[in-house]
Write a protein that binds this ligand. Sequence first.
Ligand code: TRP
Length: 333
Amino acid sequence: MENEKKIIYSAMQPSGVPSLGNYLGALRNWKNLQNEYNCVYGIANMHALTVRQDPAALRKRTRDLVALFMALGIDHEKNILYVQSDVSAHAELAWILNCFTYMGELSRMTQFKDKSAKHADNINAGLFTYPVLMAGDILLYRADLVPVGEDQRQHLEISRDIAERFNNIYGDVFKVPDAYIAKVGARITGLQEPTKKMSKSESDNDNNVIFILDDLNLIANKIKRAVTDSEAEVRYDSINKPGVSNLLNIYSTIIGKTPEDSAVEFEGMGYGDFKKRVAEAVVEEIRPIQEKFKQISADKAFVDKVMKDGAEKAAYIANKTLRKVKKKVGYPN
Ligand code: TRP
């Protein structure tokens, strides 16, 4: 990687097809960051094991996510695109960092509390130490910046604490990462529950979430069925008009305007026509991604090669950091 550029690290779990919210809020930016930064993008399949997985399905979703990242325009040659479990340094560093992390601070993680409430039958130790594995991800690559959503902010904070604690004992080993605050990227809410994040777990209604590999007709239909309000005015007002405002957020993020500016386009228009325009914009945004995804994922040998090369590049950097850490803590080799 080139030297002067700052390093960005991010990862996503292969826990399902990303939603339109994941795409507009995060993934779309990942592509844009690659010009300004050296980016390391991981598929966090080790994190995914904290909930029960079907092995064949997990394997497929992991590969598909690699293909999807490329379909989204993430350049695998310019950046590092790799699968977490392919780089054993993650498991090795996680153990060491576990010994520098307190039960008390892990107990305060809101995601742990939420997830243990949701999976009361499987509150495993991995779920508890999940933020430690995540800290290792970031620290292994000496990331300067980590783009994180609201739900991962606390995990980034603990990563910084762990890094600083280690550095205080052993000297300047880790780079302490900062949050990358995206200049663009809206918070997209559910189409049926527009006051909550667009997420499968927020609603039982299949129309709440658009997945970026959904059939294009289905995508348009989900938008047509989106909850609005009893007025008939397209106006940006996220408190009083959360449904309409969410659709404006979706539309304006895609066309690169502010939601207030794009509302002007819809003045005097009924909700039916408004939704049609939003649906068209989303479909045209997603169509080329789906076409590319189909093409890339059909080429198994190519995806394998990308994973192999990515793992090699990632391991080269990760192992450098790991060697330093091992020496510091007193491993003989
Ligand atoms: N825990 C993150 C999530 O579920 C994924 C992740 C794993 C991650 N390691 C990371 C994100 C390191 C940022 C940096 O969204």
